[in-house]
Design a protein around this ligand. Structure first.
Ligand SMILES: [Fe+2]
Ligand SMILES: [Fe+2]
Length: 198
């Protein structure tokens, strides 16, 4: 079962020191089916942003949909659009470092450039408002030697900072579900990968 509340077979150890191959076969089997529900769990977490305005003109879910819709309509590929959709998913748990949360979730599934873009978008987005808060709007210049500087600056300029329009007609979350399912079905970067393959 994908919800983690199944009553199936369980490992017998009381501490990992006692663990056997049989125990771990059981756990890996459960992990494989639990991992199939990851996209659904991520989408459910994204839905927590619904109705969360935080003083902005639109709520955080609508901002996420609008960022992703703008990227999609601009011809960006599926992986990029999923990154755009999830870039602020960390707002609920990472109040002081939200980009790190999205980056950690996406890390096994996306390219180095897309991961860097998500992980660092906070400083780049700051170019558009940090000066109103007494912060340095040019904080992004710390990253000027990165090969991904322009890529990330473009994401913020074209999609993220532009996605606060209450009159913009975004695609609904349902539109993006197959894209999220597809991206999250193909982990490529994880220390557990070899043990988790079918
Ligand atoms: Fe953000
Ligand atoms: Fe954003």
């Amino acid at each position: 079962m994908a919800d983690g509340h199944d009553m199936g077979e369980r490992a017998k150890f009381r501490e990992m020191l006692e663990g056997t191959k049989e125990d771990w076969d059981i756990i890996v089997d459960h992990s494989k089916s639990f991992n199939k529900g990851l996209a659904k769990r991520v989408l459910n977490h994204l839905r927590l942003l619904d109705g969360d305005f935080g003083g902005f003109p639109i709520d955080r879910l609508e901002h996420s949909l609008q960022t992703a819709t703008r990227a999609h309509r601009d011809g960006r590929d599926e992986e990029y659009v999923v990154c755009a959709l999830l870039h602020d998913i960390g707002d609920t748990l990472g109040s002081y470092n939200h980009p790190d949360v999205a980056a950690a979730i996406l890390k096994p599934f996306v390219s180095e450039a897309n991961l860097w873009m998500v992980a660092n978008h906070g400083a780049f987005q700051g170019y558009y408002f940090f000066h109103h808060l007494g912060l340095d709007r040019n904080m992004r210049e710390h990253f000027k030697d990165s090969p991904h500087y322009e890529y990330c600056a473009q994401f913020c300029h074209l999609y993220d900072q532009a996605a606060f329009d209450p009159d913009y007609q975004s695609e609904p979350l349902e539109f993006f579900i197959p894209m999220v399912e597809n991206v999250f079905s193909k982990p490529v970067n994880s220390m557990y990968l070899k043990a988790m393959q079918e």
